[in-house]
Design a protein around this ligand. Structure first.
Ligand code: DGJ
Length: 748
């Protein structure tokens, strides 16, 4: 890792373990030069190609516009000649839009700065380094500080931008994106994650034609539908081979990630806050911070990109709001949540009965979901009335929590702080606290409105109500839900010319409240959630080490959701539960055991009425909880490999996790659909030590060997990786659809 400034050539070079990035001052423009596999400092100047058409303005100012519309820039602005989508679009009080940034200064220093009020990656002076480049628009006095940080041992570059109004007049920022990468096209394809409720983060891969291809959200949250991530890949990139440029935006609100293929067949990749619905008034001397983008380059396929994101998020993002949170680096309690068990129909007795049975089976925490407060008997009312409903929670919350604790279980609670039901005391008292356009009836979604979290007094009041609840009993976990997107963007508090700030100010309010929670309750485990996984994004991981991944708990649907999610996010961040069958979302019946294998690749927990499920299923829970503890270190800290994908082959799904020292590995194999009369399936493992011998242990008899051999199956790492394991799908242990097995490798 290292950042240098090559003075003579005016080049900035950023090196990570295996990649190099370079930009340069050309005349007074900051131009992009290179991003890819590591190259030598001496040759960067060659890569600049400054004598190639189009010439620079010093050589031919007559055609300055040609240069501006085709050269690769680090932070392109709109309105003065670059017709491609830019990162910065401003408006002066006179209504003019142009802006032109010139190099002013730079500094390189140890460490990684925090972004005030925003989630951001963190590092120390020992493990990180930062480059800041200052650019200025001479006419308006607007200053842009571009920041690039790198961390030891991780192939990622973190970018962000801060704008300061050093001029005399107010400027409106109509677009402020966080990063741009202008590169030559090599017939790249675009990978993004798309979905819907209960179908989050499915992988999509398409060729990049001319024009603009974007994924975005204007829902006020990162959303079920699209995701703040994209990757450019070679046409033949796989999990193990090929070039990959990955971009992940550390933000939870409206975003835009787009690729523009230009007339010259170059690609402009930009990421940041969605300009739609955004405008920020920047008065004299004020500043604005745009959130971070993480860029990852891999020359060895998608698995390598995944490892970089996982390592970065694990070590430098998750729980950044409170780095001493005990769950940042340790095993989390196995929870049982009563949502799919009872929905709104529960009381103290029912919850205690679930806790008692759960305790006998190795479960460690009971989470009381939606329905415990105000007069909330369905999802039609009471959001905002954060007072315990003692008709349901008879004896009060403290009594319930104490009883659950007596069973040996921790206690967790559900809240949805950002919302207000029209049928609530809060709304009757403060109808103007909901986001709405005055005079227009706001759109209901799940019969609720969104509170205007851009207003401090609202955040303060909601926080104090929830804080009181959390202080009233021994509550050790909070599930923070958010069940609708924003519409009718209007705030009763913002001025006419600052209404365009509402979306971003709303996010700042949410982040502020989550930060307060982290400060005041450092021992609490926070799990974010948004109607399933609509706000499963890097921004939220700064405050919570896990996020509910999807309301779809069906084991087979989850294979696809978890494949897409784990492409970017560490396994132990994905809220994953074993639920009852027929599955409540899709009606599918899968073996209880398989549901356990799939949930094991996430946080692992239960979402069912343990007092009512079939006895055979219940009898498996104790073993499953032991399995969780046996493998949890690997799941939390290991390198994850995608071996086969049910999404691609429609037959089976196989993942592998390998400890960093390569001494242990666990492989999960799910046979989704049975086929008659087939040879065994060959799975080639990865990440092992070629020369070491591994003992192969499987909880089923499926490895194409007889029972005696199976008890002592020893294979070298190179055999496991090159010849692979043979999975005998006709084994009685895999007979039928949706069956699975777990294979453990232990180095001798
Ligand atoms: C949506 C969540 O994803 C569910 O798990 C559950 O908490 C419900 N909301 C409760 O309303």
């Amino acid at each position: 890792m290292g950042i240098s400034y090559l003075e003579k050539e005016q080049i900035f070079k950023i090196d990570t373990m295996n990649s190099s990035y370079a930009c340069a001052i050309v005349e007074d423009f900051l131009m992009h030069v290179y991003y890819g596999r590591k190259i030598s400092d001496d040759d960067i100047r060659y890569c600049m190609r400054i004598y190639e058409n189009p010439f620079t303005p010093a050589l031919n100012n007559r055609d300055r516009g040609v240069f501006l519309d085709s050269a690769p820039f680090e932070y392109p602005t709109e309105g003065v000649g670059d017709y491609r989508n830019g990162c910065l679009r401003i408006r002066t009080m006179e209504g003019h839009e142009g802006c032109s940034l010139s190099y002013v200064d730079h500094r390189i220093y140890k460490g990684k700065p925090k972004l005030e009020g925003l989630p951001s990656t963190y590092g120390s002076e020992e493990d990180s380094e930062t480059l800041e480049i200052v650019l200025k628009d001479a006419l308006t006095g607007l200053v842009a500080k571009l920041s690039y940080s790198v961390f030891d041992g991780i192939d990622a570059i973190i970018r962000s931008v801060s704008l300061v109004n050093e001029g005399d007049n107010t400027i409106f920022l109509d677009t402020v994106l966080s990063s741009c990468l202008d590169i030559d096209n090599k017939d790249y394809e675009l990978i993004t994650l798309h979905g819907g409720w209960a179908r989050e983060r499915h992988i999509d891969r398409v060729p990049i034609g001319y024009g603009v291809h974007e994924v975005s959200s204007v829902r006020g949250e990162s959303s079920h539908q699209m995701h703040p991530f994209m990757a450019l890949v070679d046409q033949n990139t796989t999990y193990t081979d090929g070039n990959v440029y990955g971009f992940s935006f550390v933000y939870s609100g409206n975003f835009l990630s787009s690729v523009e293929r230009s007339q010259q067949n170059t690609l402009r990749c930009i990421c940041g806050i969605n300009p739609k619905g955004f405008s920020w008034k920047l008065n004299k001397a004020e500043s604005f911070n745009a959130p971070e983008v993480v860029m990852v380059y891999s020359s060895c396929g998608l698995d390598e990109m995944t490892h970089s994101f996982h390592d970065l998020f694990r070590d430098h993002l998750i729980c950044g709001a409170n780095r001493s949170n005990k769950y940042k680096d340790s095993s989390r309690p196995i929870l049982i949540n009563n949502w799919e068990a009872t929905y709104f129909d529960f009381d103290t007795d029912k919850l205690i009965a679930i806790a008692k049975e759960a305790a006998k089976n190795g479960i460690e925490m009971l989470v009381m979901d939606d329905g415990w407060f105000g007069n909330r008997s369905s999802d039609n009312m009471a959001l905002g009335d954060w007072f315990v409903n003692e008709d349901k929670i008879k004896g009060g919350l403290k009594y319930l929590v104490d009883e659950v604790n007596k069973c040996g279980l921790k206690f967790g609670i559900w809240v949805e702080p950002e919302m207000i039901s029209p049928d609530s005391d809060l709304y009757r008292e403060h109808p103007d606290w909901a986001i709405a356009i005055p005079g227009r009836e706001a759109t209901l979604l799940r019969n609720q409105y969104v509170l205007d979290f851009s207003r401090k007094e609202i955040v303060d009041e909601i926080y104090s109500r929830i804080k009181r609840i959390l202080q009233s009993a021994n509550i050790e976990y909070v599930k923070w839900d958010m069940n609708r997107g924003l519409t009718d963007i209007g705030s009763y508090a913002l001025k006419n010319d600052t209404q365009g700030e509402l979306f971003h100010r709303y996010m700042l309010g949410v982040y502020e409240m989550q930060q307060r929670l982290a400060d005041d309750f450092p021992g609490i485990l926070l799990e974010n959630c948004s109607g399933g996984g609509a706000r499963f994004d890097p921004g939220m991981f700064y405050y919570s080490p896990q996020i509910w991944c999807s309301d779809d708990t069906d084991a087979i649907e989850r294979l696809i959701i978890q494949e897409g999610t784990s492409l970017v996010y560490p396994l132990a961040t994905m809220g994953a539960h074993v639920s009852d069958c027929p599955n409540h979302t899709v009606g599918r019946v899968t073996p209880f055991e398989t549901r356990g294998y799939v949930a094991l690749a996430g946080t692992f927990g239960y979402e069912l009425d343990i007092t009512k499920i079939p006895e055979d299923d219940r009898n498996m829970i104790l073993d499953q909880t032991k399995m969780y503890h046996k493998y949890n270190d690997l799941v939390r800290n290991g390198d994850y490999y995608r071996i086969t994908s049910y999404r691609e082959n429609h037959l089976n799904d196989c993942t592998q996790i390998v400890s960093k020292d390569k001494s242990r590995s666990v492989v999960t194999y799910i046979k989704v659909l049975s086929r008659p009369n087939c040879r065994s399936v060959n799975i080639k493992l990865r990440g092992l030590d070629s020369n070491k011998v591994y003992k192969v242990l499987c909880d089923k008899n499926i490895l194409s060997v007889n029972k005696t051999e199976e008890d002592m199956l020893l294979l070298h790492g190179d055999t496991l990786m090159n010849a692979g394991l043979f999975i005998n799908e006709s084994s009685p242990d895999l007979y039928g659809d949706f069956k699975g097995a777990l294979i453990e490798l232990v180095q001798l």
